[in-house]
Design a protein around this ligand. Structure first.
Ligand SMILES: NC(=O)c1ccc[n+]([C@@H]2O[C@H](COP(=O)([O-])OP(=O)(O)OC[C@H]3O[C@@H](n4cnc5c(N)ncnc54)[C@H](OP(=O)(O)O)[C@@H]3O)[C@@H](O)[C@H]2O)c1
Length: 322
């Protein structure tokens, strides 16, 4: 049995709760401390998840010598500073997606991780989802022939959100693209690699953030159609079409527990139930890296950098349109 890895959590909102619930069902984790801008929120969170300590500031957490790795779950606009501060305190960091608001931020964060020789990974948990990994394996084994088409969307209705909500506020790094559009782009990148060309169109809220974005990626011999939006609910399926069949990741595909292979009249379904809320695979990856002195996981910094450059191309293209 490997020793326990000593974790801390900074920023105690919605996703930190889901993540912490998975941390504490992982046998090789010791949840040492949690930190919030609000001490009573930190204390309540500590009691809920059995952490040992609660802090009313992030700096106290970064300085805690009992902690090896910090999960950063603050607003998108706070990721850069929180990550750099934790890295400069010598901590390994798992930071929620998107790692930074743009490529400049991402590059700065990566530079600090390299200078500090500390582990850094973007919390793109779908990279570790078993069904998504099965899709990659099936494509590589030629189960659908030559892959020619990918469709992925991620949308839900949230137009009722207040202007100050993190999704609607540009100063909080809001918008559909950074919140959920990153997932369809990730899937195309993970399965097909970097595209040769791209087209993108967007519709914006009055606050200036995007609320619907459609993207077409052009590859040498394939195309991907991607959509994200906070304007409508959807089945959130993804599919990959090839010359000899089709793979479907049923909605919500980004944390799905199923994968279908459809060939002519035949449909085979594999069930790959995920543990907890589905963050456990990403947590296992971080633990493995810490225990084996690795500074990068299988969702590496080059991957994050390339995905950030795709997001930047979408932003560039759509900001010229609006
Ligand atoms: N991986 C995923 O599936 C997933 C899903 C959703 C979001 N995310 C990412 O996770 C990050 C945080 O998203 P979120 O949905 O957790 O946002 P959120 O609930 O709005 O929390 C964001 C921050 O606001 C503060 N906060 C939380 N509750 C508060 C309250 N009642 N009053 C005042 N402040 C409060 C927290 O920091 P303090 O405790 O320090 O004040 C928290 O870190 C974002 O980067 C997002 O992209 C990832």
């Amino acid at each position: 049995m490997p020793r326990k890895v000593r974790w801390g959590i900074a920023g105690l909102g919605n996703i930190a709760n889901k993540f912490a619930a998975d941390l504490i069902i992982t046998s090789t984790v010791d949840l040492i401390a949690v930190a919030s801008s609000n001490l009573s929120r930190a204390e309540a969170f500590k009691d809920n998840y059995g952490a040992k300590k609660a802090y009313g500031s992030y700096n106290e957490l970064y300085k805690d010598t009992d902690i090896e790795v910090i999960y950063i779950a603050g607003l998108n606009s706070d990721h850069k500073q929180m990550t750099i501060d934790a890295l400069n305190a010598g901590k390994a960091v798992l930071c929620e997606k998107p790692l930074g608001l743009n490529t400049t931020e991402v590059n700065q964060m990566i530079d600090v991780a390299k200078t500090q020789k500390c582990f850094l990974m973007e919390g793109l948990w779908s990279r570790f989802n078993p069904a998504i990994n099965r899709a990659k394996e099936w494509i590589e084994k030629g189960k659908i022939g030559v892959p020619r088409f990918l469709y992925a969307e991620f949308s839900f209705y949230r137009l009722d959100a207040d202007r100050s909500h993190r999704l609607m506020a540009p100063e909080k790094g809001g918008g559909a693209l950074l919140d959920i559009g990153i997932y369809p782009l990730f899937l195309a990148y993970f399965l097909f690699g970097m595209p040769k060309d791209m087209k993108a169109l967007t519709l914006n809220a009055s606050t200036g953030v995007d609320i619907q974005t459609s993207i077409i990626l052009q590859y040498e011999n394939a195309q991907a159609m991607l959509y994200c939006g906070i304007t409508n609910n959807s089945d959130n399926n993804a599919k990959i079409g090839g010359t000899e069949g089709e793979i479907v990741l049923p909605g919500r595909w980004h944390d799905t527990q199923f994968i279908d292979l459809i060939k002519k009249e035949e449909k085979i379904r594999d069930e790959l139930p995920t543990l907890g809320n589905g963050f456990t695979y990403q947590i296992d990856e971080v633990n493995y890296c810490i225990l084996n002195n690795k500074t990068e996981g299988r969702w590496g910094l080059k991957n994050t950098s390339e995905l950030a450059s795709l997001l930047a191309q979408v932003v560039d293209m759509t900001s010229r349109q609006n």
